[in-house]
Design a protein around this ligand. Structure first.
Ligand code: AMP
Length: 142
């Protein structure tokens, strides 16, 4: 299954922050939207990083004033992205090997969505269930 199939149901909304916003603002956003990561964009809307709850926890463990720090202090700058045509099996491997749970999806330089490891696992389960049903129908008919 392609990533674009997941985005077709999930939608293309990507929650973003800017590097100069505070970590407190990022935390409020993550909590309000029930998500674990936000893409960090520059003034032109281009991704310049990603900030996840793990980055925030890491900083909080070292610094009592972490919430007033800017997002740029903890964001990961080297963002791995996916393309809409990528296969879910490939991206689940990318996330497992890279040890991260979020992948922004870019198409022709534009941010067109974000997928989490949860989205990928759900899509794969749906796909397997469909295959099992097909096989069961074949066995019953045969
Ligand atoms: P996560 O498992 O997604 O909460 O993120 C774990 C760590 O990987 C954090 O330091 C994130 O900033 C970083 N991270 C998350 N997603 C990506 C990504 N697509 N590319 C690079 N780093 C990422």
């Amino acid at each position: 299954m392609q990533i674009s199939t997941i985005l077709a149901t999930k939608g293309s909304t990507v929650v973003t922050v800017t590097p100069d916003q505070t970590i407190r603002e990022a935390v409020v956003l993550l909590v309000d939207k029930h998500i674990g990561a936000a893409v960090v964009i520059d003034g032109a809307g281009h991704p310049v990083g990603i900030i996840s709850e793990r980055d925030i926890m890491r900083l909080l463990a070292q610094n009592d004033h972490a919430l007033s720090e800017p997002v740029s202090r903890v964001m990961t700058r080297n963002v791995t992205i996916a393309r809409p045509g990528d296969d879910t099996r490939v991206v689940s491997k990318t996330m497992t090997v890279g040890r991260f749970r979020h992948l922004p999806v870019m198409d022709h330089g534009e941010l067109v969505g974000i997928i989490s490891i949860g989205d990928v696992v759900k899509a794969q389960l749906d796909e397997y269930e469909g295959e099992i049903e097909t096989l069961q129908t074949r066995v019953e008919k045969g």
